[in-house]
Design a binder for this molecule. Structure first.
Ligand code: PGA
Length: 260
């Protein structure tokens, strides 16, 4: 796992966007794994800027989103369909037919989940998966206790996640309690993982993910098993890391390392 700590949210977002842009420049028909939430907004803004100002091309790109709330129509302002359209897709030149987001309104969740997994495979697998982390250490909606080899499925959300999400809904009764989510096993099959975390409220989840044991109680800790996981943090999110000096040292020495 590579841990990169940057002074600000903006720098963290730019560094993560550079990784995604590098993949797209090398492979114009790359498959991206997309995440929602407040964390990746800066990354999406930077990718949009690169598209507008530097010609970063999404014409052949496909994308698969991690998750969606069950019961929300794609047009619902809090649906992840709506989020992705407003914050990213409508600003770049992706082909609508190449955009995949789990359905929160299918009549057959099991069949949909199997189809979603098959589509990822048929598209060649995910090249770079963008991730956030929940304050309970989840990735996507893989709540504590989720199998580390889980696949795309329906999931009941944990209380802390429902509470975290409540700020986006008018009434507590409106906050969804089920979601459809890629599994930890699905996520681990992406060729590169880019996880972002910012803010003090993520610092203990980040420390558990990077330096704690691999456990289904912190599904983000499964990143320790991935051969190419890159974690981008701002200072407050990195506050509880014990090996912080080493991570900084590694990054400082990286340019001089023998080329592999
Ligand atoms: P956030 O959500 O980016 O809104 O903090 C992250 C997550 O729960 O995965």
């Amino acid at each position: 796992m590579e841990v990169v700590v940057l002074p600000t949210y903006a720098e963290m977002s730019r560094a993560a966007a550079a990784v995604v842009a590098e993949v797209l420049n090398e492979k114009p028909n790359a498959v991206l794994g997309m995440a929602t939430g407040s964390t990746p907004l800066g990354l999406y803004q930077e990718l949009v800027r690169k598209h507008r100002e530097e010609g970063l091309d999404f014409a052949q790109v496909s994308s698969f989103n991690l998750d969606e709330y069950v019961g929300l129509q794609p047009t619902h302002p809090q649906s992840y369909h709506h989020f992705m359209h407003e914050n990213f897709f409508k600003h770049v030149n992706m082909a609508p037919g190449n955009i995949y987001i789990p359905s929160g309104t299918t009549s057959n969740y099991q069949a949909f989940c199997q189809w979603y997994e098959r589509r990822i495979e048929e598209c060649g697998g995910i090249d770079v998966q963008i991730l956030g982390i929940g304050s309970d250490g989840h990735i996507a909606f893989n709540e504590p206790g989720s199998s580390l080899s889980s696949r795309t499925r329906l999931k009941t959300l944990a209380k802390p996640t429902i509470d975290d999400n409540a700020r986006f809904f008018e009434r507590p009764a409106d906050v969804p309690i089920y979601a459809i989510t890629m599994g930890v096993g699905t996520i681990l099959e992406a060729r590169t993982l880019v996880l972002l975390a910012n803010g003090k409220n993520k610092s203990s989840a980040v420390a558990a993910m990077v330096e704690g044991p691999v456990t289904s109680m912190v599904t983000a800790s499964a990143l320790q098993m991935h051969p190419s996981a890159r974690v981008f943090l701002d200072e407050p999110a990195a506050a509880e890391l014990k090996m912080r000096d080493y991570y900084d040292w590694v990054m400082k020495k990286k340019p001089g390392a023998p080329k592999t």
